[in-house]
Design a protein. Structure first.
Lengths: 374, 858
């Protein structure tokens, strides 16, 4: 096994094989994991914390930042947890017995210098090496962490070339996506997650890339999602957008692509107005059209990095432009499990007025070997 | 006359056409081959050893180990706070005997419990036949399964295992079963221990090995920018004195030091043959000078000057060295194949498991062998060449019989000899420190030189001494005696070489016998148990298998059993070096067995140690660390450093790493350790040992995987291991003797050649062929006797050096000197036998000398 070959693979399993896993289990032995079903009542700060009863969970932070000197940065820091089901392991009193695996991705887009850096981690809990607390947000692997602090969240991550230390303060209340507390990913019951976001987090702190450290301010976005089965059969990947417009509104879109090239009807969107009120949009209420593809010199995968986005009911039409083409995370050539996650600029019209915005786009399932459904 | 012409017509002719040149060449080649083969083997073994250290260390920059054994895993929490540390990989491991598959039964398997998630940065794990990444993932996921194990390709192939097959190991009567989840390619760590290595998840390892909450080691990768020394101090301050932080290369520093001593001793032994070879060339050239006096005279008369003559003979010597070196290296390479094997086995048995060493003949060693040949040759050619050069033309022209042996300076040589001897004595009196004994080796070399200087005088004294005895003997004895004296200059180096080889053999035999005798006495006094029981894997290797204390109580409860002593051995790090800490039921041991204490009252010492914090330290350890009776030392335990007082210092020859002995109550108290490695069973009077051991075997043997052996068999087994370790030593000795044998043959050959006329006259006045043969053989017997006589004296002194200086410094053992009387007979047989053997062909040649030709000679 090559070094670090595991992580993207585990990630692939984490993201795509939820359904496969539940299918593999014998019917006689019920899974210890709950399904994300309608009627879930969110409660905070409890739901900021860990949900070990669910197979999969992630805390996801992205943001666009500027330094006082005018340098622009994008960042991504994501923590994943995946439960492991093994009856014998559950009897093992060792602190090393794996009940959950923790994974993290950390990327910085040094937009002014057209640099993109990323790193990853994978760990078992191992006496505090990694973990997530119950009842409040505190998730970490080694020195990478996202921890609730008073009224905000502190993000810390570093490696030899980069470092972030950011404080995130919500400028708006959190938003629960989907219908009845669930965000559907497939047709079957339970093929869903519980999903909420902080869509506008005022951010300040420091970013270091190589030798250059900068004091930065900007806006971040947080997603927290937990469930036991995220993608249904026949689904190959997704496109996801978070948009923070300069008029104070935000939009979240996601579409799930199927093997036959069509989009799954469970794709959906959320609109958050300047007051923080949100509205759920179904697949029919918006359109996402790719306008330009970028082919990665690293993986050879072709990503639709520029899009036309339209929400007729909002009078919104936007075009997206990546802040940098090459924002592909590819952890190992041998695995080719690779995705594009990048700072993106938006511009267009909303109800006849010019609008600008920044955000993040995530494009998965474009590299050839994401065929975990085989 | 140009040097080329001289070389071409004079030297080459001699070198190619004379049989003795070939004999010399073979001798030199043999001498060098021995030296080279030991060098190759030492190098291969060291290389294999270092490769294994590297493969196990991987990218690790620092490692943490517990001073008292496995340590608390919570140490990791403090470690994670250290910013300078980038990666951390904890390990739990055990070496256990295999139960299933049956074809591997009782083979030892190193099971490493790892956190594969952290391991990736440290060591390469390449899984066989799985290019598809999904399968790798599934293999990884399988390793999290508590029954999964990764094996190596080599092991699986050897025992026809495939994925999904069962593998089980035994641990203290329990059988741990696993399923093969994946096979590691035979690369890096996957080829260590000949493939007898397996990986399982750390959680499984902790659980199955009974080490919940404990780690055996933590590997670290630290910030490359930081100096490790500073970091080590910083970490030790943070982590406390329960653990040791070190570079992976330091892990076996202690082992390396002993390995070095061991290999140095071998190299020194192999140098004997080289030394004998040196005399051989010296002798050949000296003879050549004497034989070619007339030729030298003619050359000088023709205008060849002295430097040219000097060069001529030096180059002849170097040519012998060059070819001898070349063939020596080739022969050495052949010999090395065998030596590497034996050495690997010995090193594995004595010091550290090493993988089978790949044989190779690296260019540097090839060149080194030839260079050594040339240097030795050049060195030994100096005196003969000088002898040749200083001949006056007229003197030389007078031929071979002129000025023979005139003005031989015995007195001067004796003074030199005495000086060398005195120097050797002074060197041997230097204080002994653990490590390489430079003074010991130097003293040994001086001693050999000293006795060589006395050879000519001894020949003279011998010859004069036997004159009386041979007066009335057959003429062969008298003629031979006369010639012996006449040809001192030529015979002296031959006898020196022979003496040197024989002396070394004598000294090594005395050393080994002393060692053997000492070990025998030690075993007799300390192993008095009637039956000894231990896990089947106990004698063979670094097994971690042990047995629960309950077995001891069960056996102790038998009617036929008087008492049972439970023996438990752990490795602790004392002053940063591994030391065996043995715990036993000292009350039982005191009542039935013994330790050989250096000083103090035995009963009193045992009394203090039973149930208390007084311990015994082995003499080897005490010497090495300069510990004394009454000292208070800090012993690392899981409860922290505990002060113990050194009660007695005892002689021990079982481990060369040093040993401490405490009462077993202490290991129960501080380590919470109830396990036992060996049982020493004392039977009641009148009970039959054999039937009891059979009973034990049938009752606990198969069920618990225990072996029971009687005291006698146990001792035999220990001595078998002992003898195995000296196998190479014996072989080296014999080769040196063979080289010396060639030397004697060579000298006698020349001696015949020179005496053709004399022999011719003898024959013409009626001496029969057998009579001539007898003359030559008689001279050989004289030479053998003289060589043997000096060798015995020299060997005796050499053995004192070996035992009390070199071995003591290298290994720390105090051996009791034991002179095996049979060595007198053996060396006599070897000396006379060798001499006769070497003389037989020359003797026959002399006897067949054609009368006319012989008289016409010159």
């Amino acid at each position: 096994m090559n070094k670090s070959a595991c992580l993207p693979l585990i990630l692939a399993i984490l993201l795509f094989a939820g359904s496969e896993l539940s299918q593999a289990e014998p019917a006689s032995e019920p899974s210890r994991f709950k399904k994300a079903l309608p009627g879930y009542a969110f409660s905070f700060p409890r739901d900021h914390g860990n949900h070990p009863d669910y197979l999969i969970e992630w805390w996801y932070f992205t943001g666009n930042l500027q330094s006082q000197e005018g340098s622009a940065y994008g960042y991504e820091l994501t923590f994943f947890r995946r439960g492991i089901e093994n009856k014998v392991a559950e009897e093992n009193p060792s602190h090393w017995a794996v009940r959950d695996l923790y994974l993290a991705h950390f990327a910085i887009s040094d937009l002014s210098n057209k640099g993109f850096f990323y790193d990853e981690k994978i760990s078992r809990e191992a006496i505090g090496k990694a973990g997530a607390k119950i009842g409040k947000m505190a998730v970490w692997i080694d020195r990478w962490s996202a921890v609730q602090t008073g009224d905000g969240i502190r993000l810390l991550a570093d490696n030899a070339t980069m470092h972030i230390d950011l404080n995130l303060i919500p400028a708006k209340p959190l938003v629960v996506h989907g219908d009845q507390g669930i965000s559907r990913k497939g047709d079957e019951a339970g093929e869903a997650s519980h999903y909420y976001s902080y869509t506008r987090l005022r951010t300040q702190g420091t970013v270091r890339v190589k030798e250059k450290e900068a004091t930065v301010t900007g806006l971040s976005w947080m997603d927290h999602e937990f469930g036991s089965s995220l993608l249904g059969a026949g689904q190959v990947g997704w496109d996801w957008f978070s948009i923070q417009l300069d008029d104070g509104s935000e939009y979240m879109f996601y579409q799930i692509r199927e093997e036959n090239g069509s989009n799954d009807p469970v794709s959906s969107a959320t609109v958050i107005d300047t007051e923080g009120k949100s509205r759920h949009l179904s697949a029919q209420e918006f359109s996402l059209k790719p306008t330009r593809n970028w082919t990665s010199p690293h993986s050879g995968a072709s990503y639709p990095v520029a899009w036309e986005i339209a929400v007729p009911s909002e009078g919104l039409s936007l075009t997206s432009r990546p802040a940098l083409d090459d924002q592909e995370l590819m952890t190992s050539q041998s695995t080719r499990v690779t995705y594009w996650e990048g700072a993106t600029h938006f511009s267009g019209q909303k109800k006849g007025r010019q609008v600008q915005g920044k955000g993040y786009v995530e494009l998965t399932g474009y590299a050839q070997t994401l065929k975990t459904q085989d | 006359m140009s040097q080329q012409i001289l070389l071409k017509f004079i030297s080459l002719r001699h070198l190619l056409h004379e049989k003795r040149t070939w004999l010399t060449l073979i001798g030199v080649a043999l001498g060098i081959s021995v030296f080279v083969s030991i060098r190759i083997a030492n190098r291969s073994v060291l290389q294999a050893y270092h490769q294994s250290v590297d493969a196990f260390a991987g990218e690790t920059t620092l490692e943490i180990v517990g001073r008292s054994g496995p340590f608390n895993e919570r140490l990791l929490i403090a470690l994670r706070k250290e910013a300078a540390i980038e990666k951390i990989s904890p390990l739990v491991q055990s070496v256990l005997p295999i139960v299933e598959p049956a074809s591997a039964a009782e083979e030892m398997l190193l099971l490493m419990g790892i956190d594969l998630l952290q391991e990736q940065d440290f060591r390469d794990y390449e899984i066989q036949g799985e290019s598809d990444e999904i399968e790798i993932t599934s293999a990884f996921e399988k390793l999290l399964d508590p029954e999964s194990i990764f094996l190596t390709e080599a092991f699986a192939a050897r025992h026809r295992l495939k994925i999904g097959d069962a593998l089980s190991v035994r641990m203290g009567g329990d059988v741990l079963s696993f399923k093969v989840a994946a096979l590691l390619k035979a690369k890096d760590i996957g080829q260590m221990r000949d493939g007898n290595i397996a990986f399982l998840d750390i959680a499984t390892a902790q659980w199955r090995f009974g080490k919940i909450g404990q780690l055996d080691r933590i590997d670290l990768i630290s910030d490359v920018q930081l100096a490790l020394d500073g970091l080590i101090t910083q970490l030790e301050n943070r982590l406390g004195d329960g653990v040791l932080v070190r570079r992976p290369k330091q892990r076996n520093r202690h082992v390396e030091k002993m390995l070095f001593s061991f290999q140095m001793n071998l190299t020194a032994l192999s140098a004997i043959s080289l030394f004998v070879g040196l005399f051989l060339i010296y002798n050949t050239l000296l003879v050549s000078v004497a034989h070619r006096k007339k030729e030298i005279g003619m050359l000088r008369a023709l205008g060849v000057d002295r430097p040219q003559i000097f060069r001529l003979f030096t180059i002849e010597g170097i040519a012998i060295g060059l070819f001898g070196g070349f063939f020596g290296v080739l022969m050495g390479a052949l010999l090395a194949r065998w030596v590497v094997q034996v050495l690997s086995t010995t090193v594995t048995a004595l010091y550290v498991p090493i993988p089978p060493s790949p044989f190779s003949l690296p260019l540097p060693l090839f060149v080194e062998g030839i260079v050594i040949g040339v240097l030795v040759a050049a060195f030994s050619a100096i005196y003969p060449a000088w002898q040749a050069a200083r001949l006056k033309p007229r003197e030389a022209m007078e031929g071979i019989y002129s000025s023979e042996e005139t003005g031989f300076k015995h007195g001067k040589l004796c003074v030199l000899g005495s000086g060398a001897g005195l120097l050797a004595f002074l060197l041997s009196q230097m204080p002994i420190r653990w490590g390489m004994s430079w003074n010991g080796y130097l003293a040994a070399a001086l001693l050999l030189a000293a006795f060589s200087f006395f050879v000519p005088s001894t020949i003279l004294a011998f010859s004069r001494g036997i004159r009386y005895f041979v007066r009335n003997r057959a003429p062969a004895w008298r003629l031979a005696q006369g010639h012996l004296e006449q040809a001192i200059r030529r015979n002296a180096p031959t006898i020196s070489a022979f003496m040197g080889a024989l002396a070394m053999m004598v000294s090594v035999v005395i050393m080994i016998e002393s060692y053997r005798k000492t070990v025998l006495i030690w075993i007799d006094q300390t192993i008095q148990a009637d039956v000894i029981g231990f896990p089947a894997s106990y004698m063979t290797s670094d097994s971690d298998e042990s047995m629960p204390d309950i077995i001891r109580s069960e056996i102790a409860a038998l009617d036929t059993v008087e008492a049972v002593d439970g023996y438990r051995s752990r490795i602790i790090l004392f002053r940063d070096a591994p030391v065996e800490l043995a715990a036993r039921d000292l009350a039982v041991h005191a009542a039935h067995s013994d330790y050989l204490f250096r000083k103090g009252s035995r009963d009193r010492l045992f009394q203090d140690a039973i149930g208390g914090t007084t311990l015994f330290v082995s003499e080897v350890l005490a010497n090495r660390l300069e510990l004394n009776e009454g000292d208070s030392i800090q012993i690392p335990t899981p409860q922290g450093l505990i002060p113990f007082q050194i009660g007695g210092i005892f002689y021990d020859y079982g481990t060369d790493g040093g040993k401490m002995v405490i009462d077993r109550s202490q290991i129960k108290k501080y380590w919470q350790d109830q396990q036992i490695d060996a049982l020493l069973v004392y039977i009641k009077e009148g009970v039959d040992v054999v039937s009891l051991s059979q009973q034990l075997r049938s009752q606990w043997g198969t069920r618990q995987g225990l072996s029971f052996t009687t005291q006698r068999d146990f001792k035999t087994e220990i001595m078998a291991i002992f003898d195995q370790t000296f196998l190479i030593t014996y072989a080296l000795e014999w080769i040196a003797i063979v080289v010396a044998l060639l030397g004697i043959a060579n000298t006698l050959f020349v001696s015949i050649l020179e005496r053709q006329r004399e022999i011719g006259i003898l024959r013409s006045i009626g001496a029969s062929q057998p009579q001539v043969i007898r003359i030559v053989l008689a001279e050989a017997v004289y030479m053998g006797l003289i060589g043997n006589l000096i060798a015995l004296v020299c060997g005796f002194f050499l053995s004192l050096l070996l035992i009390f200086v070199i071995n003591k410094a290298s290994f720390g053992w105090t051996l009791q000197f034991h002179f095996p009387p049979e060595i007198l007979l053996h060396s006599f047989i070897v000396a006379i036998g060798t001499a006769l053997l070497a003389a037989f062909l020359p003797a026959r040649k002399a006897a067949r000398t054609d009368l006319k030709e012989a008289i016409a000679y010159e």
